[in-house]
Design a protein around this ligand. Structure first.
Ligand SMILES: NC(=O)c1ccc[n+]([C@@H]2O[C@H](COP(=O)([O-])OP(=O)(O)OC[C@H]3O[C@@H](n4cnc5c(N)ncnc54)[C@H](OP(=O)(O)O)[C@@H]3O)[C@@H](O)[C@H]2O)c1
Length: 324
């Protein structure tokens, strides 16, 4: 990335091979995965502004080629994924043949998982985990049987929220603008799927979950949908704000929060430390294994076709978009 003019200006180039410092490992990347934040960063619409040239890519899976001094738990030849860290944000990322990351921010590919399944999972599952558990102190899953509403449910964070929600015994209502993706979300375990553009959205969701109400929301979309989401909350219902793919919320009325004591709170995946990400990641893997589900891969693009991969992401994928 030579400029902050967006992912359309990305260029395939040659740089010297990076070398791992103390506590770091060098990976031969097999698959990288894209996140909307990569595209935001490339347009200077993200808190981090790394010096140029920069290499994007926060997620990926690869073989350990070399370990730096002091690295004990990661060995050469091992296949590992990357837990959300500085890679692709402050340091050069995974859209490269070779990347250096902190050894503490790697995790082995879980038994039986494909490299593709691992490549795009950590960032979105860690995000979904925080969104689902942040309303207790210490963080904990919502009460079993609670109703979870997921907006933008087909996306990376959305699909992760559906799967983790089912692993927690929640009743899951998923929103997707696409009937085809809606069918996939049902297969992933969503109890109900609705189109956010349904003119009777509130009425139809209320009828589906009656006599329950929405207890917790993972909101990836924001925009005009947000006020409808607030209106669906039951007493004490909470909204974890993850993203705003639908743009700003028009005419938000704070009074909509008073009477049912509703709460809205932001989610920041950057808050994980390598240690907390490692512990949480293991819990996520255990839960997915317990329900017999795996991360969802939407599509895989060739390295040279990274711009087409970003275009697919912008369209709205069903799971993660990968680059080989
Ligand atoms: N706070 C954090 O720490 C954190 C971490 C990760 C991601 N995020 C943010 O969370 C959001 C979701 O991330 P993601 O990785 O899941 O993204 P994604 O894979 O691109 O999925 C977003 C989904 O939202 C829906 N959507 C997209 N544009 C929309 C629009 N204009 N109106 C309504 N729905 C729309 C689409 O679903 P349908 O086509 O099925 O409707 C799409 O699949 C992004 O804004 C991302 O930047 C934040």
């Amino acid at each position: 990335m030579d400029s902050y003019e967006g992912v359309d200006k990305l260029r395939l180039g040659e740089v010297p091979d990076p070398r791992p410092g103390a506590g770091e490992v060098l990976l031969q990347i097999r698959f990288a995965a894209l996140n909307p934040a990569d595209a935001f960063l490339a347009q200077a619409m993200y808190p981090a502004n790394p010096p140029l040239p920069h290499i994007l890519g926060r997620d990926g899976v690869g073989e350990v080629l070399e370990v730096g001094s002091g690295v004990e738990h990661v060995r050469v030849g091992q296949m590992v994924g990357i837990l959300r860290c500085k890679a692709g944000v402050e340091t050069w990322g995974t859209l490269a043949e070779k990347t250096v990351v902190l050894a503490a921010s790697t995790a082995p590919v879980p038994d039986g998982w494909s490299l593709e399944e691992m490549a795009g999972a950590p960032l979105v599952f860690l995000t979904a985990w925080q969104a689902l558990t942040q309303w207790s102190d210490p963080p904990a899953p919502p009460r079993e049987g609670s109703v979870l509403l997921v907006t933008g449910a087909s996306g990376g964070v959305g699909a992760a929220s559906v799967l983790l929600g089912k692993s927690m015994g929640l009743r899951v209502v998923a929103l997707s603008r696409s009937a085809e993706k809606g069918a996939t979300l049902k297969a992933l375990g969503a109890d109900f799927v609705f189109d956010p553009n349904d003119a009777k959205l509130r009425k139809n969701i209320s009828a589906a979950i009656a006599p329950g109400k929405v207890d917790i929301v993972v909101d990836n979309v924001g925009g005009p949908l947000f006020n409808q989401v607030v209106a669906l909350l039951g007493y004490g219902g909470r909204i974890s704000v993850v993203g705003r793919s639908g743009g700003p919320v028009p005419e938000f009325n704070t009074a909509s929060l008073f009477f049912r004591r509703n709460r809205i709170g932001g989610v920041a995946v950057a808050d994980y430390t390598p240690e907390s990400a490692g512990v949480t990641w293991q819990e996520i893997v255990d839960r997915l294994n317990a329900i017999g589900k795996r991360p969802v891969v939407d599509s895989i693009f060739a390295f040279e076709d990274v711009k087409a991969a970003f275009a697919r992401l912008a369209q709205g994928p069903m799971g993660k978009v990968l680059v080989r």
